[in-house]
Design a protein around this ligand. Structure first.
Ligand SMILES: CC(C)=CCC/C(C)=C/CC/C(C)=C/C=C/C(C)=C/C=C/C=C(C)/C=C/C=C(C)/C=C/C=C(C)/C=C/CC(C)(C)O
Ligand SMILES: C[S@@+](CC[C@H](N)C(=O)[O-])C[C@H]1O[C@@H](n2cnc3c(N)ncnc32)[C@H](O)[C@@H]1O
Length: 370
């Protein structure tokens, strides 16, 4: 590893606050003055957390892989009692349990450890444990972050999701089922979040494009039982969707086929961020062509914060989609530009409580003038 040269002294970064923070005298003052001491401590702890993020993630992975949260769901236990069930020496398991308690997934009660609120949430959020488990692929892709960010590495992540891009050739059905399950489980939270911030009142028919196995459609059905619904996805994916008989299924590719007409709302849930601007332009143009005047398009996916960088979407999803190679995590402003290019107007970003689950953008096809 090459040495990184120290900054020239005296170090005078741009900006008054940065210059103050960089000064040893100011740092010493902060350590003494009560109000400033708290700020300095929080900044230090935040910096430490950035540095130890990978260690936290790996210990989270170990807790999930060893099913420790599951085991503790039956009640508190000591490391010695859990050790044979996890096949880990007790003194090493103690370190993991203590780290789990420090990350507030577990609670420590004397020598025993119990499931904490955060650990319970991890166990119950649909698909989250499987998401954690599949991160081994992402972490391998990021093993040399400089080469990764330069674009000098080949990544494995794209191969993990062959269906996202249309599987080439025959797929192992067990593997396909695993991807579909992960995608479907993670979608239920996305659907709930989106529908909480979106009204479909007055809609007659909704077409979910790239709708996977139909989780969003089923969530819409539960909330709007009278709405007509249709699913469009690749033929093999549509074939796996378990949907009520009245829901139309269209197997096809939005790259080569037109989208079916007849819906007054088209939803694109976690579709745009998988694809390049050119593919997105062509897809939005097809959505525009398929909609009647005043028809709406819904873009539902995690979005970058743009000029206000978001702590989760601008790190996790932006890097994730970069490792996927074909798409990108776009800001609402950038998606709005692409929507405008396709002819849409009345573009509006709905309030999002948890942008790391999803953001929602809606747009309308203009009515002809006159
Ligand atoms: C009772 C007392 C005393 C107090 C109560 C206090 C209280 C109100 C507590 C609240 C407890 C509670 C209900 C907690 C709930 C927590 C929840 C719901 C947490 C949810 C977390 C969700 C997370 C972390 C979601 C993560 C999602 C990820 C990582 C998704 C990744 C998706 C990917 C990679 C998709 C890939 C698709 C592709 C291929 C790019 O297209
Ligand atoms: C990231 S998944 C999202 C699935 C679902 N909307 C969700 O949020 O869970 C992307 C979806 O787009 C579909 N897809 C990819 N390329 C497609 C194409 N050319 N035509 C139609 N669907 C396609 C995939 O099969 C997959 O179901």
């Amino acid at each position: 590893m090459a040495d990184i040269p120290a900054p020239d002294l005296p170090f005078r970064p741009a900006g008054l606050v940065n210059r103050l923070v960089a000064s040893a005298r100011f740092q010493a003052l902060c350590a003494r003055v009560p109000g400033l001491r708290g700020v300095a401590r929080r900044e230090g702890a935040a910096l430490f957390d950035l540095m130890q993020g990978f260690v936290q993630s790996q210990m989270l992975m170990a807790l999930v892989e060893l099913r420790i949260l599951h085991l503790l769901a039956d009640g508190p236990a000591t490391a010695a009692a859990l050790a044979p069930r996890c096949n880990v020496p007790p003194e090493r398991l103690q370190i993991l349990l203590q780290a789990g308690a420090a990350m507030r997934l577990l609670k420590r009660r004397g020598d025993r450890f119990a499931l904490a609120r955060r650990g319970t949430a991890l166990l119950t959020v649909p698909g989250l444990q499987d998401m954690v488990r599949h991160h081994d692929v992402l972490y391998r892709d990021l093993a040399d972050p400089v080469a990764f960010i330069r674009g000098d590495t080949t990544t494995e992540l794209a191969d993990f999701w062959p269906y996202v891009f249309g599987a080439k050739g025959a797929m192992d059905p067990a593997q396909t089922a695993r991807y579909s399950r992960l995608m479907a489980e993670s979608q239920s939270l996305v659907a709930a979040e989106a529908l909480a911030h979106l009204s479909l009142k007055g809609t007659r028919k909704l077409l979910d494009v790239g709708g996977g196995t139909g989780v969003f459609i089923r969530a819409v059905r539960a909330r709007y039982p009278k709405l007509q619904l249709a699913l469009f996805d690749l033929p093999d994916v549509v074939a796996q969707a378990a949907l009520p008989a009245d829901i139309a299924r269209h197997g096809g590719s939005f790259r080569t086929d037109p989208l079916p007409q007849g819906a007054d709302v088209i939803s694109l849930v976690r579709v745009l961020y998988d694809h390049s601007d050119d593919t997105v332009r062509a897809l939005l143009a097809k959505a525009f062509a398929a909609l009647p005047p005043a028809g709406r398009v819904l873009i539902i996916e995690p979005m970058s914060g743009g000029t206000r960088p978001d702590p989760q979407t601008d790190v996790y999803f932006s890097v994730y989609t970069l490792a996927m190679q074909t798409g990108k995590t776009r800001s609402a402003a950038r998606i709005a530009e692409l929507l405008r290019e396709a002819g849409f107007d009345e573009i509006s970003k709905e309030h999002a409580d948890r942008p790391f689950i999803t953001c929602v953008l809606t747009a309308s096809k203009p009515q002809p003038a006159g």
